[in-house]
Ligand binder design. Structure first.
Ligand SMILES: *Cc1c(COP(=O)(O)O)cnc(C)c1O
Length: 358
């Protein structure tokens, strides 16, 4: 399928943000977006890059009522000398199709997905910020658009990709966060959709997130939904603890999101000789490690921040420090290494980088 391109005329283009240190996240979007439409029987059709605009939906569009909505989150990075890189884009593309399957939505051809992504980014390449740690955030999204009420998989969908420049996650430096362990609320259940990037999962997480925020915590640490004992993930990131010299993260059993950053951390740390375990880790074990002085570091991993150090956790009415409350050495090393791979400043021993422009 040929991707049609309808460009915004130069005088109608938006002004690019002048101050990169004030970019923030998720407020500014570029001049164009990619769209493609699906009808049952006909499949995906009319892939096009067109001027960014509001989308029209019938009030009965099924995504609005039954939540058939999935998305992805990835970034394009500007290297020195103008090269543009994606980081393990096929992982996101495949994961979007995994989410699509679980929500009875149509798959997207991987090659076409990557082509659309690359073509759009290259058209908008001037929007990729230059500063260290800044990037162009990419949000592929699929929604059910069929105008009909009644619970069944929709027959019509819209797939779109939007782009927006984002600032560094740490404008004030690499400061450890405080997290709140909830035993009352869960974000997903076995057999549910926890392993998908589906909008409904995030709606379900808001309530506990607000409780945490009101108490002065940045994120919720989710426990397993059955026993409420084992660590799952934190906010919208995967969670790691370094106890002694074992780096521990939850196994992929269907209730957590299989993060691309999670996998990168596992493989990098493993290549440095760190013992990495994907296993269940209970709050009891965490409390014992803190009490016994073997809890070294804790951090969350995700595309937004790479790794985000955790300095304190709140559990059963008490606050506990992790390590010395400062960013741990392994956390810092992982951050720097992944950042440098992403921006083309280092060798790429795992072949994670995809250069889309020189
Ligand atoms: C996106 C996301 C992550 C992190 O995934 P990355 O691919 O590393 O960005 C982890 N948990 C949840 C719930 C997420 O939505």
């Amino acid at each position: 399928m040929e991707i049609k391109v309808i460009q915004v005329s130069p005088e109608k283009r938006k002004a690019k943000p002048s101050n990169e240190s004030q970019l923030g996240f998720g407020k500014i979007f570029t001049d164009h977006f990619f769209t493609m439409t699906y009808h049952a029987g006909r499949g995906w059709h009319d892939p096009r890059i067109e001027p960014y605009r509001p989308i029209q939906l019938d009030p009965t569009a099924m995504c609005l009522h039954y939540g058939q909505e999935i998305f992805e989150g990835m970034k394009a990075y500007r290297g020195k000398g103008g090269a543009i890189f994606l980081f393990r884009p096929m992982e996101n593309i495949r994961r979007m199709n995994v989410s699509a399957e679980r929500l009875c939505m149509p798959r997207i051809n991987e090659g076409l997905f990557l082509e659309a992504l690359t073509k759009l980014i290259l058209l908008e390449k001037e929007w990729i910020p230059h500063g260290s740690g800044t990037s162009l955030y990419i949000r592929p999204t699929m929604i059910a658009t069929e105008p009909a009420l009644g619970v069944h998989p929709a027959h019509e969908y819209l797939f779109f990709i939007i782009l927006g420049p984002v600032g560094t996650y740490y404008p004030e430096g690499f400061a450890p966060t405080k997290i709140y362990v909830t035993e009352e609320y869960c974000r997903s259940v076995p057999g549910g959709t926890g392993y998908c990037k589906a909008g409904g999962n995030y709606a379900a997480s808001l309530y506990a997130g607000e409780i945490a925020k009101n108490m002065g915590y940045t994120q919720v640490l989710w426990l397993d939904p059955i026993e409420r004992k084992y660590v799952e993930e934190v906010g919208t990131s995967n969670m790691f603890f370094l106890i002694g010299n074992e780096l521990i993260t939850a196994p992929l059993t269907g209730t957590i999101l299989p993060g691309v950053t999670r996998d990168s951390v596992i493989r990098l740390a493993g290549s440095w000789g760190v013992k990495v375990s994907e296993r269940r880790l209970s709050m009891d074990e965490i409390m014992a490690a803190i009490a016994g002085g073997t809890m070294q570091e804790a951090f969350a991993s995700g595309t937004a921040a790479i790794v985000s150090p955790v300095g304190q956790i709140y559990y059963r009415e008490k606050e506990y420090p992790i390590g010395d409350g400062r960013t741990g050495r392994l956390t810092g090393r992982l951050y720097n290494e992944i950042l440098q791979i992403q921006y083309g400043m280092k060798d790429d021993p795992f072949g994670w980088r995809l250069k889309i422009a020189d």
